[in-house]
Design a protein around this ligand. Structure first.
Ligand code: PLP
Length: 861
């Protein structure tokens, strides 16, 4: 006998989780574990074997009833055999019932009650097989008919179809429900999802996604300890992982957020299933049947509210209806009149935007039957009261998360990205959970990965809030690409000794520079690598890279003079000059040095013909778009000052011909920190087409911009993909020399900035660690909101238990190197802090603001 007071845990398994023998072994194992570890009783709710419901739907529609029934009988009999069960003993009665339905006189008219009975057969079969199998495996499982426990309720305005084939269940149990349910003799029970009892005593079904809802209703009625939804994915993600592999597992959500995410995107959990658990305060979990040890997604009322975007989703096929006033907006009842017309056509409205003269609404195809006919009829109807425009197809891109209003300032990059598209409608819900942008469907392609990365970068998606976000899909799928420990971990003693000579101090590891250099030189596809020295012109680094076979790319006469002064014997052929708005004499001097010069506008040729006459130059192009980790590093597109627009190429060629100027190379560098490894392949392809037209081109320079994994969660750059893209495109256009010119990638990870702690202060609950340099030594955090890892080198072994803002000594509020960084609680004055990955755009941007001294610089081998 089981004590009545024991709580229930409800486990739901979907179609793929019940279609294989090993999956049933898993179900048995999980159920037994819950029972043993939590001293709970277990109710397992299952779907039909995968594909079966679709077959039953076809039967319900009268489509080849006899053939389909025979196939279903075979399928279930052979599944019994796979499970070592006797099909006749286990399924004899059930299969007879299925066959009887096929021979029923009701097949002639196929009334709704008959269809519901047909649809119910899938779950009845799968649960019967499962219970029999689990008993043979020694589990104490009983079987119960869900129709004895879940009651359909009729709703006002419900169609007859919905009242039978898409029902809701009663959630208010009578006082005796729990006792009666618990009186069933076995410790564990198996029942069906999707089916319920109709008020007339017959069968009703819950509609698509109904099994989740059944489990939730059981959970609510039983006051269960938990409802677990077992699926074939690890949980809910911050975006659809198939579209955004860097989407993060959502470890913990509150009901409202989960509901919003389930409604606007994630298909993992049916949105209707959350309501019952939410009302009854029953926690939910989404778990992966294949990997039961993963944490999954937990949904409950106690989830602490970390404000921020939790997910981004995209719905396609959205229909926008824009209604322009014909002069009577303010009239009482006007909106009611419009919406009445939507109701008349059976359309439920999703989003609404309005102004003095226009109301625009969206229709979601998953909620509506939006065929051409329906829209035409609607438009005709609306035309009586306003001017109507239907805009299709659109995509709705939705950000979901609590507390979004307080984060609008962090969304500037998101607005900027949308700003490049035509946004038809923006809607923010007053419950502060949902911000939706509606754009043309064609523009939405490929946008989500970019937006997701921007959300993380800006801090709007607080992925470092442990407990809320889990690992990324990519990490879960391919296992975390073994990220090596950084070089400086093994050089701690040496670095502390350097720090003792004075901080702030940059230290560069030349071996790390070499390693990165060899990744790039390791392919035959690339004919020449230049190092963009503006990232770090330290003489030892320049000499190291030249020894590795690199050329040097300079953007000023100062840099040109610096490289010739510091790299003995450097051939001018290995120097490239790519200036921006430089004065005339720098071009003259560069030609004087014999280096390759890049030009990016027609005006220079027209104003200074004598400087360029008879020479050979490379032409820098703007391919019309910019890319990169921050708006300020995008160097293409109309907003950027760099490059000749494609539309001006003919004008440039004319001007060049007039002064006998030869174009020996084409160049494009569109930004920095570009994550998409295909980018450079595409740039080469575009430039090669143009080069074919020009005729004199020998070299194609596809720029730099390779990214660096600054944050712990940033994906490692897929060098192999980058390389294979270049090899493929080089094979297509072998006649050009392929040139690259990275800066950051070669040196960022090779450098660290060492600082000393000055003061540790707690102000109104915000803990701050002060360092002896901040934005004067490293501008990137204040200029680009850049992230750099910050570590207490003096206490490297200590656990990082407290969160601190790490700030510098400059009199500016923006003087913050990192917000909310976990560091040891014992951090104190005199400790050495290490700011990681600062070898690129670190020292070169340092300044003496507040008259603080520049950092020192060291290299180590
Ligand atoms: C800065 C710059 C580079 C290097 O960019 P990274 O992002 O550091 O790789 C390459 N080419 C030109 C013209 C540049 O101005």
């Amino acid at each position: 006998m089981v004590a009545q007071a024991q709580r229930w845990v409800v486990l739901k398994f979907g179609g793929t989780s019940v279609s294989r023998r090993n999956r049933w072994d898993t179900i048995g194992r999980i159920a037994a574990k819950r029972m043993a570890e939590e001293n709970a009783r277990v109710l397992v709710v299952v779907s039909a074997l995968s594909g079966v419901t679709n077959e039953l739907l076809a039967i319900g529609n009268g489509d080849d009833i006899a053939g389909r029934v025979a196939a279903l009988v075979d399928r279930h009999r052979s599944f019994c055999v796979e499970l070592d069960l006797d099909p006749d003993a286990v399924l004899g009665e059930r299969l007879a019932a299925l066959q009887a339905l096929a021979g029923d006189p009701r097949t002639a008219t196929r009334p709704l009650d008959w269809q519901a009975e047909v649809l119910a057969q899938g779950e009845l079969l799968s649960s019967t097989i499962g219970a029999a199998y689990l008993r043979t495996q020694g589990h104490d499982f009983g079987w119960c008919d869900a129709r004895d426990w879940l009651e359909a309720v009729a709703l006002p305005n419900q169609s007859e179809w919905a009242a039978r084939l898409a029902v809701n269940c009663r959630r208010d149990a009578d006082a005796g429900f729990g006792g009666r349910f618990a009186a069933q003799p076995t410790a564990m029970l198996l029942s069906q999802g999707f089916i319920a009892r109709h008020a007339d005593g017959g069968t009703a079904v819950l509609g698509r996604g109904g099994s989740d809802t059944s489990a939730a209703c059981f959970g609510a009625l039983l006051g269960a300890a938990r409802v677990e939804i077992w699926t074939d994915v690890p949980g809910m993600f911050s975006a659809n992982p198939r579209e955004v592999p860097d989407a993060r597992l959502l470890a913990r959500l509150d009901y409202a957020e989960a509901q919003e995410i389930a409604t606007t995107g994630a298909k993992v959990l049916h949105p209707r299933s959350i309501g019952p658990c939410r009302e009854a305060r029953v926690p939910m979990a989404i778990l992966d049947t294949e990997r039961p040890d993963l944490p999954g997604t937990r949904i409950d009322a106690s989830a602490e509210t970390v404000p921020g975007v939790k997910a981004i989703s995209r719905r396609d096929g959205i229909v926008l209806v824009s209604m322009e006033s014909i002069g009577m907006w303010q009239q009482v009842g006007f909106l009611a009149d419009i919406f009445e017309r939507f109701r008349r056509h059976g359309l439920s409205v999703d989003l609404i935007g309005s102004s003095e003269t226009n109301v625009t609404i969206s229709l979601d195809p998953s909620e509506n039957l939006v065929t051409g006919n329906v829209l035409e009829a609607l438009a005709a109807d609306l035309a009586e009261v306003c001017r109507v425009k239907v805009i299709v197809p659109c995509s709705a891109i939705t950000l979901v998360g609590r507390g979004m209003r307080s984060l609008l300032h962090r969304l500037s990059d998101i607005w900027a990205t949308f700003g490049q598209e035509r946004v038809h409608l923006i809607s923010q819900s007053s419950n502060d959970l949902n911000l939706t942008f509606v754009i043309d469907e064609a523009d939405a392609a490929g946008l989500l990965p970019q937006l997701h990365a921007e959300l993380i970068r800006s801090g709007a998606m607080p992925v470092r809030a442990a407990g809320v976000f889990g690992p990324s899909w990519r990490e879960l799928e391919v296992g975390r690409a073994q990220r090596r420990a950084s070089w400086w971990v093994g050089r701690r003693g040496q670095l502390l000794a350097r720090a003792a000579e004075g901080t702030p101090r940059y230290v560069y590891d030349l071996e790390t520079v070499r390693e990165h250099a060899r990744v790039l030189t390791g392919t035959d596809a690339i004919d020449r690598c230049y190092f963009a020295i503006k990232a770090n012109p330290h003489p030892a680094i320049l000499r190291t890279l030249v020894t590795e076979g690199f050329g040097l790319e300079c953007v000023s006469l100062g840099e040109i003079e610096h490289v010739f002064a510091n790299v003995p014997g450097l051939s001018p052929q290995r120097v490239l000059f790519t200036p921006s708005f430089a004065p005339r004499h720098e071009y003259e001097a560069a030609f004087g040095h014999g280096v390759t010069v890049t030009v990016d506008n027609v005006e220079a040729l027209q104003r200074w013909p004598e400087v360029f006459r008879g020479r050979t130059v490379w032409l820098r192009l703007d391919l019309g778009r910019g890319e990169g980790h921050h708006a300020k590093v995008k160097t293409g597109g109309v907003a950027a000052k760099f490059g000749l627009p494609l539309a001006r190429v003919d004008a440039f060629l004319d001007a060049a011909r007039a002064i006998d100027l030869r174009i020996g190379g084409l160049h494009a560098h569109l930004g920095s920190g570009i994550d998409d490894a295909r980018h450079w392949h595409d740039v080469y392809a575009q430039l090669a087409c143009l080069a074919d037209r020009i005729g004199t081109v020998e070299s194609i320079d596809i720029g730099g911009g390779l990214p660096v994994p600054y944050t712990p969660e940033s994906p490692l750059f897929d060098v192999a993909l980058w390389r294979s893209g270049l090899e493929a495109i080089k094979a297509d256009y072998p006649r050009y020399r392929l040139v690259v010119e990275p800066g950051r990638y070669l040196v960022a990870e090779a450098g660290v900035l060492l600082l000393s702690v000055t003061q540790v202060v707690d102000k109104d609950g915000v803990r701050r660690i002060g360092a002896d340099a901040g934005m004067n030594a490293l501008m990137r955090p204040s200029v680009y909101d850049a992230y750099h890892g910050i570590h207490n080198l003096s206490r490297l072994g200590d656990e990082d238990t407290l969160e601190y803002d790490v700030v510098g000594p400059i009199c500016e509020s923006g003087d913050v190197l990192g917000f909310g960084r976990p560091l040891p609680a014992a951090t104190a004055e005199g400790d050495v802090l290490l700011v990681a990955d600062t070898g690129a755009y670190g020292m070169v941007m340092a300044n003496t603001y507040n008259l603080r001294a520049l950092p020192a610089e060291d290299v180590i081998e």
